[in-house]
Design a protein around this ligand. Structure first.
Ligand code: SF4
Ligand code: SF4
Length: 439
């Protein structure tokens, strides 16, 4: 088992003296504790070190050289979900997420976090940079998921014996069709001589592999509303995986690549609120280099909420739909009600808000894989609420939350479909001939 090295105090003090600005904001915490009842990890463990106040103190002590970067301190900081519920409640406006990103980067610099293995590093690079790799990964995962081996290994329990049970349970059903990247979507209604405008779609690594249906639906809905949808081929990962791993420099490189890939005079629409939030918040760790891209980034439901829908007809539905609001959509994109307001356009739909919606479900990027016990404890409340509500469908605007909640529902034996809101809209679009105005 990897044991982080214990640093010498004089090294800490030298570092703190050289980088005073990185952790200066820890001084703004007045230790009031108002954040504690809103912190999911503190509510589970009741340990001060797992609370926002405790973590701010640990970061401060780390920066001042009062505490070594040992395994205990590292674990308290690693167990944070970065859900930012504490930021919402803090009267001193402590920039908690920025502090934690900086602390994790420093722990990596000091060798207090396990170094990324060469194979892991290569896989991350391929996953975030190579569209061909993601395509092949998707083909293999789909063959595994929908072929005999997946069912056989689930049935016999071999996957659990191999330690792959958790990853297996997260694998969603995957449709065969993929989004073909082109500037001129083939399903553009030829009768629409005038565009409503132009938009750009941010596809995201995880969505390209696990959630092609949402990308296809997003383009379909936007096109039907009359928008010309650009999907720049030079776009790359949002940088969230790098930030979670403490690799700020890697995330900055990606942000600059995305800033160059997208036009900043057109909206950049994200279908995964985790990716959208990372792009939106990128100035916090990338500075002015990504300012224009951050300003242009918007969640697709927030965009659809104020779009002109007169060109599309929607079929009625009798579905009871529960709405999950990801932390990233609420606290970074500030679009809490965008999903409800947009779905309310579907005639006949019954919308239900999931109780505990303000509390993180435990997905949090890689957190659901790295901290399975805490992630499962956090999603249990939502599963219990959904069991009582018994909706037909649960919608979530973040691919990671959808994977995590879907797996938890399956483990609990609940057959509630989990989809992105735009999938629901795409399914209720009237056929083109029916939606054209009568001359
Ligand atoms: S970001 Fe979330 S998990 Fe982390 S300290 Fe704040 S409230 Fe707690
Ligand atoms: S609410 Fe803000 S100021 Fe108060 S303890 Fe929490 S982080 Fe510190």
């Amino acid at each position: 088992m990897y044991k982080p090295p214990v640093n010498r105090m004089d090294t800490h003090q030298a570092y703190a003296a050289a980088h005073p600005e990185r952790f200066a904001a820890t001084d703004s915490c007045v230790q009031c504790g108002l954040c504690l009842p809103h912190c999911p990890t503190y509510l589970q463990t009741r340990q001060e070190g797992d609370s926002p106040r405790g973590r701010v103190s640990l970061i401060q002590a780390l920066a001042r050289g009062d505490l070594p970067a040992d395994a205990r301190l590292t674990e308290h900081l690693e167990s944070c979900l970065v859900c930012r519920a504490c930021e919402d409640m803090c009267p001193s406006r402590v920039p908690y997420a920025s502090l934690l990103d900086a602390a994790r980067a420093e722990l990596l610099d000091r060798g207090a976090r396990p170094p990324v293995r060469p194979l892991e590093s290569w896989l991350l690079r391929q996953f975030t940079h190579s569209r061909r790799f993601r395509y092949l990964m998707r083909v293999c995962l789909r063959a595994w998921r929908h072929g005999g081996p997946w069912r056989l290994s689930r049935f016999t329990g071999i996957d659990r014996l191999m330690g792959a049970g958790r990853l297996h349970s997260l694998l969603p059903p995957m449709q065969k069709t993929t989004l073909v990247e082109t500037d001129n979507p083939p399903n553009q209604d030829p009768d629409q001589s005038e565009n409503a405008g132009e938009v750009q779609l941010f596809t995201g690594c995880a969505s390209e592999v696990f959630d092609q249906e949402t990308l296809i639906s997003a383009r379909q809905v936007l096109t039907r509303l009359g928008y010309r949808v650009h999907i720049p081929v030079a776009q790359t990962c949002c940088g969230a995986l790098h930030l979670h791993a403490g690799d700020e420099a890697g995330a900055q490189t990606l942000a600059r690549e995305n800033q160059a890939a997208f036009r900043t005079d057109l909206p950049i629409l994200s279908t995964a609120s985790g990716c959208g939030a990372t792009l939106k918040d990128s100035t916090a760790w990338c500075g002015e280099d990504s300012r224009e891209m951050a300003n242009a980034t918007e969640d697709i439901c927030a965009f659809l909420q104020r779009a002109d829908w007169s060109r599309a007809s929607l079929l009625p539905t009798t579905l009871r739909v529960a709405v999950h609001t990801p932390c990233s959509l609420k606290r970074v994109m500030h679009s809490d009600d965008a999903v409800t307001q947009t779905l309310a356009r579907l005639p006949g739909i019954e919308l239900l808000e999931v109780a505990h919606n303000g509390r993180c479900c435990g997905a949090a990027g890689r957190y659901m894989i790295d901290h399975p016990e805490m992630a499962d404890a956090l999603v249990a409340d939502k599963v219990a609420d959904l069991a009582k509500m018994a909706p037909d469908i649960l919608v979530s605007s973040n691919v990671g939350c959808a994977l995590h909640i879907r797996a938890a529902l399956q483990r609990a034996g609940l057959s509630i479909e989990v989809v992105h809101p735009v999938n629901l809209i795409a399914r209720r679009l009237a056929p083109l001939a029916a939606s054209r105005p009568v001359a």
